[in-house]
Design a protein. Structure first.
Length: 254
């Protein structure tokens, strides 16, 4: 009981979640922006999805109707991207309020997790804004998204993100692809020391996912996009790619 009091309820929840991750299996998260990608994620055996729309614009907050449909359909955890517009991650007061409303809506509809992030103009973390967002989103699972790939002083910034109460960071190691950013990813993983999950994302596929599993990353993120696209031009997550990645993940224990 002394440990619980010392760490506090939020950190205790985090410890429980991390223990569940460590004791079950590798996590394969699919970036999902359409119903067909959702179906492929389900059939392919994905662990969970990051739900968004407009992948061509690097992902935006999904519409309430799409979110409701997915939450009613998905047999796994749904983490919802909250990003009010395309472009950089420095937001106006109005956009900050919009983000808060979108977090509240996703939470009220039953999402299991929130994916969010923001930066100041100089690339530092807007701590007060992020602290308020975390408070609104709790007790949902929290991911700091790839705004991290533009943050200054990534190691110090990771410590601040940990202190804020995030459960994971999605990052390519501040490089165009996670393969190129593997060096920083490994440094972040060492610093995290199982207190927060470092989830590689950016260019991952069935050809290189083993590299990250071998390096000890317990969660990976990918769109698994193939040649097919939706009528609006959105890339579709390829069923066979998902199956191959999930199969690769099954060869590793945590």
């Amino acid at each position: 009981m002394q440990n619980l009091k010392r760490h506090g309820p939020r950190n205790h929840q985090k410890i429980i979640k991390l223990c569940r991750i460590n004791s079950i299996h590798m996590i394969v998260e699919i970036c999902c922006s359409s119903k067909i990608s959702l179906n492929h994620s389900i059939e392919g055996g994905a662990s969970r999805i990051e739900l968004c729309e407009n992948v061509l614009e690097d992902g935006l907050t999904p519409s309430p109707s799409f979110l409701k449909y997915v939450l009613e359909t998905a047999p796994f955890a749904v983490h919802v991207l909250i990003r009010p517009r395309k472009g950089n991650f420095t937001y106006s007061r109005e956009e900050i309020k919009t983000t808060e409303s979108q977090i509240e809506r996703a939470k009220s509809l039953g999402a299991q997790g929130i994916v969010m992030g923001a930066l100041n103009e100089d690339g530092s973390l807007p701590m007060e804004v992020l602290r308020r967002w975390v408070t609104i989103a709790q007790p949902l699972d929290l991911t700091f998204h790839r705004a991290f790939d533009h943050v200054i002083q990534p190691m110090e910034s990771l410590k601040k993100i940990m202190d804020l109460g995030f459960d994971r960071v999605l990052t390519s190691g501040q490089q165009p692809t996670a393969t190129l950013g593997l060096g920083l990813l490994k440094d972040l993983q060492a610093l995290a020391d199982e207190q927060i999950v470092i989830m590689p994302g950016g260019g991952l596929n069935d050809q290189n996912c083993d590299l990250f599993f071998k390096e000890g990353f317990r969660e990976i993120h990918l769109s698994a996009k193939g040649k097919e696209k939706t009528k609006t031009g959105e890339p579709i997550s390829d069923l066979e790619i998902i199956k191959k990645v999930v199969d690769s993940a099954s060869n590793y224990s945590v």
